[in-house]
Design a protein around this ligand. Structure first.
Ligand code: 8X3
Length: 250
Protein backbone atom coordinates (compact mmCIF):
# COMPACT_ATOMS: atom_id res chain seq x y z
CA UNK A 1 0.00 0.00 0.00
CA UNK A 2 1.19 3.52 -0.78
CA UNK A 3 1.59 5.45 2.43
CA UNK A 4 0.67 9.03 3.00
CA UNK A 5 4.13 9.90 4.39
CA UNK A 6 2.40 11.77 7.18
CA UNK A 7 0.78 14.18 4.79
CA UNK A 8 -2.97 14.66 5.33
CA UNK A 9 -4.95 12.63 2.80
CA UNK A 10 -7.32 14.27 0.34
CA UNK A 11 -9.62 12.19 -1.86
CA UNK A 12 -10.73 13.70 -5.16
CA UNK A 13 -13.35 11.99 -7.33
CA UNK A 14 -13.59 12.61 -11.06
CA UNK A 15 -9.89 13.41 -10.90
CA UNK A 16 -8.89 12.44 -14.45
CA UNK A 17 -9.58 15.85 -16.01
CA UNK A 18 -11.04 19.30 -15.53
CA UNK A 19 -11.84 20.57 -12.05
CA UNK A 20 -10.93 17.23 -10.45
CA UNK A 21 -7.46 17.05 -11.99
CA UNK A 22 -6.75 20.72 -11.24
CA UNK A 23 -7.93 20.22 -7.66
CA UNK A 24 -5.64 17.22 -7.20
CA UNK A 25 -2.68 19.34 -8.32
CA UNK A 26 -3.72 22.29 -6.16
CA UNK A 27 -4.13 20.18 -3.01
CA UNK A 28 -0.82 18.40 -3.59
CA UNK A 29 0.84 21.82 -3.81
CA UNK A 30 -0.70 22.61 -0.46
CA UNK A 31 0.85 19.52 1.13
CA UNK A 32 -1.86 16.88 0.80
CA UNK A 33 -1.31 13.30 -0.24
CA UNK A 34 -3.99 13.12 -2.92
CA UNK A 35 -5.89 9.97 -3.84
CA UNK A 36 -7.23 10.42 -7.35
CA UNK A 37 -10.36 8.44 -8.15
CA UNK A 38 -11.60 8.06 -11.72
CA UNK A 39 -12.45 5.46 -14.34
CA UNK A 40 -9.66 6.62 -16.68
CA UNK A 41 -6.67 5.48 -14.63
CA UNK A 42 -4.32 6.00 -17.57
CA UNK A 43 -4.89 9.73 -16.97
CA UNK A 44 -4.89 9.73 -13.16
CA UNK A 45 -1.73 7.61 -12.98
CA UNK A 46 0.17 10.29 -14.89
CA UNK A 47 -1.05 13.04 -12.57
CA UNK A 48 -0.39 10.92 -9.49
CA UNK A 49 3.20 10.36 -10.61
CA UNK A 50 3.69 14.13 -11.02
CA UNK A 51 2.25 15.05 -7.63
CA UNK A 52 3.39 12.01 -5.62
CA UNK A 53 -0.21 10.92 -5.09
CA UNK A 54 -2.14 7.69 -5.57
CA UNK A 55 -4.34 6.83 -8.55
CA UNK A 56 -7.12 4.34 -7.90
CA UNK A 57 -9.84 3.09 -10.22
CA UNK A 58 -13.24 4.48 -9.32
CA UNK A 59 -16.58 4.21 -11.06
CA UNK A 60 -19.06 5.94 -8.76
CA UNK A 61 -21.95 4.17 -10.50
CA UNK A 62 -20.55 0.76 -9.54
CA UNK A 63 -21.10 -0.30 -5.93
CA UNK A 64 -18.17 -2.77 -5.91
CA UNK A 65 -15.79 -0.24 -7.41
CA UNK A 66 -16.76 2.27 -4.71
CA UNK A 67 -16.36 -0.34 -1.98
CA UNK A 68 -12.79 -1.19 -3.04
CA UNK A 69 -11.91 2.48 -3.36
CA UNK A 70 -13.37 3.41 0.01
CA UNK A 71 -11.74 0.48 1.84
CA UNK A 72 -8.30 1.42 0.56
CA UNK A 73 -8.75 5.14 1.13
CA UNK A 74 -10.26 4.86 4.59
CA UNK A 75 -7.24 2.84 5.64
CA UNK A 76 -4.96 5.67 4.52
CA UNK A 77 -6.91 7.95 6.85
CA UNK A 78 -8.84 10.43 4.67
CA UNK A 79 -9.20 13.97 6.03
CA UNK A 80 -10.66 15.75 3.00
CA UNK A 81 -13.16 14.44 0.45
CA UNK A 82 -13.80 16.43 -2.70
CA UNK A 83 -17.00 15.15 -4.32
CA UNK A 84 -16.35 16.24 -7.87
CA UNK A 85 -17.46 13.29 -10.03
CA UNK A 86 -20.62 13.95 -12.01
CA UNK A 87 -21.77 15.78 -15.08
CA UNK A 88 -24.55 16.44 -17.54
CA UNK A 89 -25.91 14.51 -20.48
CA UNK A 90 -28.17 16.23 -22.95
CA UNK A 91 -29.95 19.56 -23.04
CA UNK A 92 -33.58 18.90 -23.86
CA UNK A 93 -37.01 20.04 -22.76
CA UNK A 94 -38.80 17.82 -20.26
CA UNK A 95 -41.23 16.91 -23.04
CA UNK A 96 -38.35 15.19 -24.88
CA UNK A 97 -36.47 13.87 -21.84
CA UNK A 98 -34.28 10.84 -22.37
CA UNK A 99 -34.68 8.53 -19.37
CA UNK A 100 -31.24 6.98 -19.81
CA UNK A 101 -29.58 10.39 -19.68
CA UNK A 102 -31.59 11.32 -16.59
CA UNK A 103 -30.64 8.03 -14.91
CA UNK A 104 -26.94 8.58 -15.67
CA UNK A 105 -27.06 12.11 -14.21
CA UNK A 106 -28.78 10.85 -11.07
CA UNK A 107 -26.37 7.93 -10.69
CA UNK A 108 -23.20 9.98 -11.08
CA UNK A 109 -24.08 13.25 -9.34
CA UNK A 110 -26.40 12.05 -6.59
CA UNK A 111 -25.84 8.36 -5.83
CA UNK A 112 -22.11 8.73 -6.51
CA UNK A 113 -21.83 11.56 -3.98
CA UNK A 114 -23.92 9.55 -1.51
CA UNK A 115 -21.74 6.45 -1.83
CA UNK A 116 -18.42 8.24 -1.39
CA UNK A 117 -19.68 10.46 1.42
CA UNK A 118 -21.28 7.60 3.32
CA UNK A 119 -18.27 5.36 2.80
CA UNK A 120 -15.67 7.87 3.95
CA UNK A 121 -17.61 9.53 6.77
CA UNK A 122 -16.18 7.30 9.54
CA UNK A 123 -12.60 8.00 8.40
CA UNK A 124 -13.30 11.73 8.08
CA UNK A 125 -14.71 11.87 11.62
CA UNK A 126 -11.84 9.74 12.89
CA UNK A 127 -9.33 12.22 11.43
CA UNK A 128 -10.49 14.78 13.99
CA UNK A 129 -10.58 17.53 11.34
CA UNK A 130 -12.63 16.21 8.43
CA UNK A 131 -13.81 18.27 5.48
CA UNK A 132 -16.26 17.45 2.71
CA UNK A 133 -16.17 19.73 -0.31
CA UNK A 134 -18.92 19.03 -2.82
CA UNK A 135 -18.77 20.56 -6.28
CA UNK A 136 -22.36 21.29 -7.24
CA UNK A 137 -23.15 23.99 -9.78
CA UNK A 138 -25.18 27.11 -10.38
CA UNK A 139 -27.58 24.43 -11.65
CA UNK A 140 -28.07 23.53 -7.97
CA UNK A 141 -29.35 27.04 -7.29
CA UNK A 142 -31.87 27.67 -10.08
CA UNK A 143 -33.62 25.91 -12.93
CA UNK A 144 -32.93 26.67 -16.59
CA UNK A 145 -34.80 25.70 -19.75
CA UNK A 146 -33.86 22.29 -21.20
CA UNK A 147 -31.73 21.51 -18.17
CA UNK A 148 -34.16 19.77 -15.77
CA UNK A 149 -32.30 16.45 -15.79
CA UNK A 150 -29.10 18.16 -14.70
CA UNK A 151 -30.55 20.91 -12.49
CA UNK A 152 -32.70 18.28 -10.77
CA UNK A 153 -29.71 16.04 -10.09
CA UNK A 154 -27.57 18.96 -8.91
CA UNK A 155 -30.33 20.17 -6.58
CA UNK A 156 -30.57 16.66 -5.11
CA UNK A 157 -26.80 16.40 -4.71
CA UNK A 158 -26.76 19.80 -2.99
CA UNK A 159 -29.58 18.76 -0.65
CA UNK A 160 -27.61 15.67 0.38
CA UNK A 161 -24.60 17.86 1.13
CA UNK A 162 -26.57 20.62 2.90
CA UNK A 163 -28.50 18.12 5.02
CA UNK A 164 -25.20 16.92 6.47
CA UNK A 165 -24.65 20.34 8.04
CA UNK A 166 -27.35 19.55 10.56
CA UNK A 167 -26.78 15.83 10.85
CA UNK A 168 -23.06 16.25 11.52
CA UNK A 169 -23.34 19.20 13.87
CA UNK A 170 -21.01 18.56 16.79
CA UNK A 171 -18.74 16.31 14.74
CA UNK A 172 -15.30 17.49 13.58
CA UNK A 173 -16.36 17.87 9.95
CA UNK A 174 -16.59 20.96 7.78
CA UNK A 175 -18.87 21.12 4.75
CA UNK A 176 -18.19 23.39 1.82
CA UNK A 177 -20.35 23.59 -1.28
CA UNK A 178 -18.69 24.97 -4.41
CA UNK A 179 -21.19 26.06 -7.07
CA UNK A 180 -19.45 27.01 -10.32
CA UNK A 181 -21.03 28.53 -13.40
CA UNK A 182 -19.43 28.33 -16.83
CA UNK A 183 -16.10 26.50 -16.58
CA UNK A 184 -14.45 25.36 -19.81
CA UNK A 185 -13.63 21.67 -19.32
CA UNK A 186 -14.85 18.42 -20.86
CA UNK A 187 -18.22 19.17 -19.23
CA UNK A 188 -19.98 20.35 -22.40
CA UNK A 189 -18.25 17.78 -24.60
CA UNK A 190 -19.74 15.06 -22.38
CA UNK A 191 -23.11 16.82 -22.28
CA UNK A 192 -23.24 16.91 -26.10
CA UNK A 193 -21.85 13.41 -26.57
CA UNK A 194 -18.52 14.51 -28.06
CA UNK A 195 -19.93 17.20 -30.39
CA UNK A 196 -17.07 19.75 -30.14
CA UNK A 197 -18.83 22.46 -32.18
CA UNK A 198 -21.83 22.40 -29.85
CA UNK A 199 -19.57 22.35 -26.80
CA UNK A 200 -17.59 25.35 -28.05
CA UNK A 201 -20.81 27.34 -28.48
CA UNK A 202 -21.42 27.18 -24.73
CA UNK A 203 -18.32 29.33 -24.10
CA UNK A 204 -18.39 31.41 -27.32
CA UNK A 205 -17.95 35.17 -26.97
CA UNK A 206 -17.20 35.14 -23.24
CA UNK A 207 -14.29 34.36 -20.97
CA UNK A 208 -15.22 31.24 -19.00
CA UNK A 209 -13.62 30.11 -15.78
CA UNK A 210 -10.82 27.57 -16.02
CA UNK A 211 -10.61 24.39 -13.97
CA UNK A 212 -7.70 25.99 -12.16
CA UNK A 213 -9.80 29.01 -11.15
CA UNK A 214 -12.15 26.64 -9.35
CA UNK A 215 -9.36 24.48 -7.92
CA UNK A 216 -7.72 27.53 -6.34
CA UNK A 217 -10.96 28.35 -4.52
CA UNK A 218 -11.26 24.76 -3.34
CA UNK A 219 -7.68 24.97 -2.10
CA UNK A 220 -8.48 28.18 -0.25
CA UNK A 221 -11.49 26.59 1.49
CA UNK A 222 -9.37 23.57 2.43
CA UNK A 223 -6.62 25.69 3.91
CA UNK A 224 -8.72 27.63 6.44
CA UNK A 225 -8.20 26.76 10.11
CA UNK A 226 -10.44 23.95 11.47
CA UNK A 227 -12.98 26.29 13.09
CA UNK A 228 -13.61 28.23 9.85
CA UNK A 229 -16.19 26.68 7.54
CA UNK A 230 -16.65 28.30 4.14
CA UNK A 231 -20.25 27.23 3.69
CA UNK A 232 -21.19 27.94 0.07
CA UNK A 233 -19.12 29.53 -2.65
CA UNK A 234 -20.71 30.51 -5.96
CA UNK A 235 -18.21 31.39 -8.65
CA UNK A 236 -19.05 32.55 -12.14
CA UNK A 237 -17.20 34.31 -14.91
CA UNK A 238 -17.61 38.10 -14.91
CA UNK A 239 -19.55 37.61 -18.16
CA UNK A 240 -22.20 35.42 -16.50
CA UNK A 241 -25.14 36.77 -14.48
CA UNK A 242 -27.05 33.53 -13.91
CA UNK A 243 -27.29 29.97 -15.21
CA UNK A 244 -29.26 31.23 -18.22
CA UNK A 245 -27.90 34.74 -18.78
CA UNK A 246 -24.44 35.68 -20.02
CA UNK A 247 -22.85 38.51 -21.96
CA UNK A 248 -21.33 37.39 -25.25
CA UNK A 249 -19.14 39.57 -27.42
CA UNK A 250 -19.59 39.32 -31.23
C1 8X3 B 1 -22.25 23.62 -15.10
C2 8X3 B 1 -22.83 24.98 -15.14
O1 8X3 B 1 -24.55 26.55 -16.15
O2 8X3 B 1 -23.84 24.68 -17.52
O3 8X3 B 1 -22.46 23.00 -13.89
O4 8X3 B 1 -25.29 24.30 -15.65
S1 8X3 B 1 -24.19 25.10 -16.15
Amino acid sequence: MTTSNDRPVAVVTGASSGIGAATARQLANQGFHVVLGARRTELTEKIAAEIDGTALPLDVTDRDSVRGFVDYTAELGARLLVNNAGGAKGLAPVADADEEQWRWMWETNVIGTLRLTKGLLPALVESGDGHIITVTSVAALEPYDNGAGYTGAKHAQAMLHRTLRGELLGQPIRLTEIAPGLVETEFSLVRFDGDAAKADQVYAGLTPLTARDVAEVIGFAASRPPHVNLDTIVLKPRDQASASRAHRRQ
